[in-house]
Design a protein around this ligand. Structure first.
Ligand SMILES: Nc1ncnc2c1ncn2[C@@H]1O[C@H](COP(=O)(O)OP(=O)(O)O)[C@@H](O)[C@H]1O
Ligand SMILES: [Mg+2]
Length: 266
């Protein structure tokens, strides 16, 4: 009997982990972190899909130098009939392991994207990837809340700047009001080591959350965007690239730990 149970478990396809990248401030590095974390995970032989949820002005494709022909708006009205195989056709490949579900090519189509479409889309993406990385817009919309309910880890991004940190505090308070599970939240400090008069301890004390990981301010980041050369491929030894590789390992270990805890509890 135990043997049969084991076989049953082995047959079940494992679903992707959903990693959501969020802040209510724009310009803090959500897209930089989404794309580089996704690329770092894909370089460790994982199948990764980035879902660009900035429906009005998605930046994921241009950050990765892609020119998508299809996008989430091609799923509107069709999703009920979509299989995982059909979904593959809507994705824009960066390489075999990293693909993008692009934001609408015509931004006016953004309003036709409803929360139910997000839920169905994420459910299918989970069947064809190991990780789904969601690059969120800078607001809590119904579509974002739906993505949150599908999320395994919520990465809250802020830079070392009072306004960004205020945004992080408001986000944490909103999540608390929404009864969002605290154990899913990880705080990521971007552009750290910028000497602007705030220490890590002061930041942690004012937000009431520990810094889970830090990405340093690094001029290789804008250089990689401006020259269309992905950071982890062209500047792999840069301080920011090293942090993204470390973050990818930490993401995996963090989620594996959760799996082990679940198994022990079962
Ligand atoms: N760690 C970093 N070091 C240097 N520049 C950065 C870093 N992170 C982000 N940036 C710069 O900030 C800009 C905004 O980042 P982006 O990811 O587009 O923010 P968001 O998606 O939150 O609006 C980028 O164009 C990039 O040049
Ligand atoms: Mg962005």
């Amino acid at each position: 009997m135990a043997e049969e149970n084991k076989k049953e478990k082995a047959k079940k396809p494992s679903l992707a982990k959903v990693l959501t990248i969020f802040s209510i401030k724009g310009g803090v590095g959500k897209t930089i972190i989404s794309t580089n974390l996704a690329l770092a995970l894909s370089m460790k032989k994982n199948r990764v899909i980035i879902f660009d949820m900035n429906f009005h002005s998605g930046d994921v494709s241009s950050t990765l130098n892609l020119n998508p022909k299809l996008s989430i708006s091609d799923l509107v009205d069709n999703i009920d009939f979509y299989s995982p195989k059909d979904m593959e056709k809507v994705l824009t490949p960066f390489n075999d392991n990293l693909k993008v579900l692009a934001a609408p090519i015509e931004p006016e189509l953004a309003s036709s994207i409803k929360p139910e479409l997000i839920r169905q889309t994420v459910d299918i993406l989970k069947e064809i990837a190991d990780y789904v990385v969601i690059d969120c817009p800078s607001y809590f919309h119904d579509t974002v809340l739906t993505a949150l309910s599908e999320t395994d880890r919520f990465y809250l991004i802020a830079t070392v700047d009072l306004l960004a940190l205020k945004g992080a505090l408001i986000t944490l308070q909103t999540l608390q009001l929404l009864d969002y599970p605290e154990d899913k939240i990880r705080f990521v400090l971007n552009r750290s080591k910028s000497k602007v008069g705030l220490t890590d301890q002061e930041i942690e004390r004012s937000l009431g959350i520990k810094i889970w990981t830090e990405i340093p301010s690094d001029r290789s980041v804008p250089m990689s965007i401006n020259t269309g050369s992905p950071l982890l491929i062209y500047f792999p030894k840069s301080p920011a690239a090293r942090s993204f590789f470390r973050m990818a390992t930490a993401v995996k270990n963090d989620l594996d730990k959760r799996e082990r805890k679940k198994e022990q509890a079962a």
